[in-house]
Design a protein. Structure first.
Length: 399
């Protein structure tokens, strides 16, 4: 039992010793590699300040000698002959790739030879000068070969804090017009406003278009069966009225056509019409003029270019702007008859004619010239400008 206990202790101490040796070797290698990396970095900083090829070569030789005299003690020593053979092998190679240092390390098997190879490689890569460089001129450092693409780094770092809001951007361009919106609801009826002031008088409007010339007007030409020039004859006929001694019938003088047309065959004689006799004819200017007791003709005339008509009384002229269709004399029934209502007044043409074959006196409707009675106690018409008992003129005027 004692032997077995000592044996276990021995193996435990042996394991601890082996572990210590391994960790010591790893620590020495790591220290030497860190030191050499610092030396290489220092050498590269000095190479950046070189000015000519001879200066760089001298600096490289000094660094190499300094390294050989000040480097830490390696785990295995080599002769100068082995180092010389290593440098000669390096000079035969024009340029080494990135994986070559690891291959040379595996071939040589020592940290010293690996570090020496790395230093010489840095010098060779940094001192690729132009062929035309001379002593005293600046060195032209050519870039080394492009390295291989490195491994992708780790992702998924913590999300950073949100940065402060940026300044407002520039105003954008105006957008295109939008579509019309829906029709809104009808609003409530507003209150009635106050009455405004009367506006100023507007301008006179433009003259309207000429009216329809087909409107026209009509009139009766008493004493003639034709119409003046420029007018049309609607129809020609004879003047008629109620007999002067009748108490009823019509108070108007009528113009009956020469070709009547009847709608009924029934007859009666309670309101008969008679022809109109001339009773005084000396004032007419026609030749031959109608004789006493002859009947009066008539005609209905149409004026297509004028639309208004009136009878101008007590004058044979029309007002300014009016057209005279014909002139004549005012005529009506006398005042000594027994009719209960007076008959209407007509304007008989100055150039009146008679209906042929009507000369017998049959006491029909009659027509006397009309005159003014002045002065009397029963009349207020002045004898100036009127003249007592003189027959009054007349004219039919249109416009």
């Amino acid at each position: 039992e004692l032997v077995m206990e000592n044996k276990d202790r021995f193996f435990a101490l042996f394991s601890l010793s082996i572990t210590a040796v391994v960790f010591t070797s790893i620590w020495l290698n790591y220290s030497e590699i860190s030191y050499l990396k610092g030396r290489v970095t220092n050498l590269e900083e000095k190479l950046d300040k070189c000015t000519c090829l001879n200066k760089v070569t001298q600096l490289a030789n000094q660094e190499e000698m300094k390294y050989k005299t000040t480097k830490p003690s390696p785990t295995k020593k080599h002769t100068n002959y082995e180092e010389t053979q290593l440098l000669e092998k390096w000079k035969e190679t024009s340029r080494m790739k990135r994986h070559q240092p690891r291959e040379m390390r595996r071939q040589l098997g020592t940290i010293d030879q690996f570090v020496t190879l790395v230093v010489q490689q840095q010098l060779k890569a940094a001192l690729q000068c132009q062929e035309n460089d001379t002593i005293g001129s600046e060195c032209t450092l050519k870039p080394g070969p492009k390295g291989e693409k490195g491994d992708t780094g780790d992702f998924g770092g913590p999300k950073g804090d949100m940065g402060p809001p940026g300044p407002p951007g520039l105003q954008g361009d105006r957008g295109s017009p939008g579509y019309p919106g829906l029709k809104g609801h009808k609003g409530e009826k507003g209150t009635l406003g106050t009455k405004g002031d009367i506006g100023s008088k507007g301008q006179i409007g433009v003259q309207g278009q000429k009216g329809d010339t087909n409107s026209g007007t009509t009139y009766i030409r008493w004493g003639r069966d034709d119409c003046p020039s420029g007018t049309g004859v609607a129809y020609a006929g004879r003047a008629a009225g109620t007999r002067w001694s009748s108490k009823g019938g019509t108070n108007e003088y009528l113009c009956l056509p020469n070709n009547p047309r009847y709608r009924t065959t029934r007859t009666h004689a309670y309101a008969p019409l008679y022809g109109v006799d001339y009773r005084i004819t000396t004032m007419f200017s026609s030749n031959p003029r109608p004789q006493q007791f002859e009947n009066m003709p008539c005609a209905v005339c149409y004026v297509p270019t004028r639309s208004a008509m009136f009878i101008q009384q007590a004058s044979y002229e029309c007002p300014t702007g009016w057209t005279r269709e014909y002139e004549g004399y005012l005529m009506g029934e006398d005042t000594i008859r027994t009719r209960y209502s007076p008959r209407s007044t007509i304007c008989v043409d100055r150039y009146a004619k008679a209906v042929p074959g009507t000369t017998s006196h049959t006491n029909p409707a009659i027509a006397f010239p009309i005159s003014v009675k002045c002065p009397t106690s029963q009349s207020e018409l002045p004898c100036s400008p009127y003249i007592n008992a003189r027959i009054l003129s007349c004219a039919v005027c249109t416009r």
